[in-house]
Design a protein around this ligand. Sequence first.
Ligand SMILES: Cc1ncc(COP(=O)(O)O)c(C=O)c1O
Length: 386
Amino acid sequence: MTQPNLIPESKLPTLGTTIFTQMSALATQHNAINLSQGFPDFSGPAYLQERLAFHVSQGANQYAPMIGVLPLREAIVDKTAARYDHRPDVNSDVTVTSGATEALYAAITALVRTGDEVICFDPSYDSYAPAVELAGGVLKRIALQPPGFRVDWAAFRHLLSEKTRLVILNTPHNPSATVWQRSDFDALWQAIAAQEIYVLSDEVYEHICFDARGHASVLAHADLRQRAVAVSSFGKTFHMTGWKVGYCIAPAAISAEIRKVHQYLTFSVNTPAQLALADMLRAEPEHYRQLPAFYQARRDRLTQALANSRFSVLPCEGTYFLLVDYSAISDLDDVSFCQWMTREAGVATIPLSVFCAEPFPHKLIRLCFAKQEATLDAAAERLCQL
Ligand SMILES: Cc1ncc(COP(=O)(O)O)c(C=O)c1O
């Protein structure tokens, strides 16, 4: 009997190890300061950790309801109403997910059918494209240009077709650190209003926005929110990326379809973590209210420290990422430059081109400043020597 060939034909043949894993491995190998992957090197609030231990000790250790525990959904609804002047229905509109990643995947799987076109804006977060591909969709990318990374709405309209089904956006934006204004949402609405096109708004950095006007959420747009899925992540808000708890908010009919996917992807999310997060949102709302000031201090510290370097720092309106231009230092492409810098200067960062499908010739790299002040100072000292 001939043996079958047990190497499956890949559904994602072009996908390899992500740059984040590669750069972190290189950082470890060279004992470099790791400003590459986007996670804090400090811990989240003590109260949140205490509540997790408390709920575990109280026996909240079995499956949570598929859509999330009620106290957490209620806290999410109240927070949303206070922030965006929109009160989603606690039973039909809010779904707790295993991080934002699961919400994004479930939403794309639920909404995109074979042959549907999906528009996203490059540079873009790396989880969108594989999810669209697995759903049989066709991704159409609009390249945003530095330093402003603003959307050219004429180009956007040009890309729309009868097959367009979904638009994926991200604000505050990883990696460019720019934020959408209300006028951007108005322009999006005007372009898509007449068609059955849905909007997936990745807002995981909603509480890390330095714009005095605050974060412009799709949920604050009375027209768009009727066809939108807003996604957030407690990992970013509470410095606990490893907890992997996020959520999405969408009108009932859209949520119902997302939940069909969520039900068989994870079914439900870590019970004691959900209860602890509900307690935290109620007891210490100051935590997320003060997050802009908390991160702005780190952003400004790193920016000031780099003033004596040959890097040029781009404006940062949100997220915990800072873009710097290294063209005064090297002619290398950005991937080679990041590898070189990890080896030679002992600081690991992320090249911008990996977030883009088209060649991205700019000499830009991304630094994560969700780090202790001592880490930022030590990294800046090394960068200033280049
Ligand atoms: C833009 C963006 N979306 C989604 C995620 C994923 O969030 P989570 O860790 O909650 O799955 C990240 C994490 O880095 C992100 O930067």
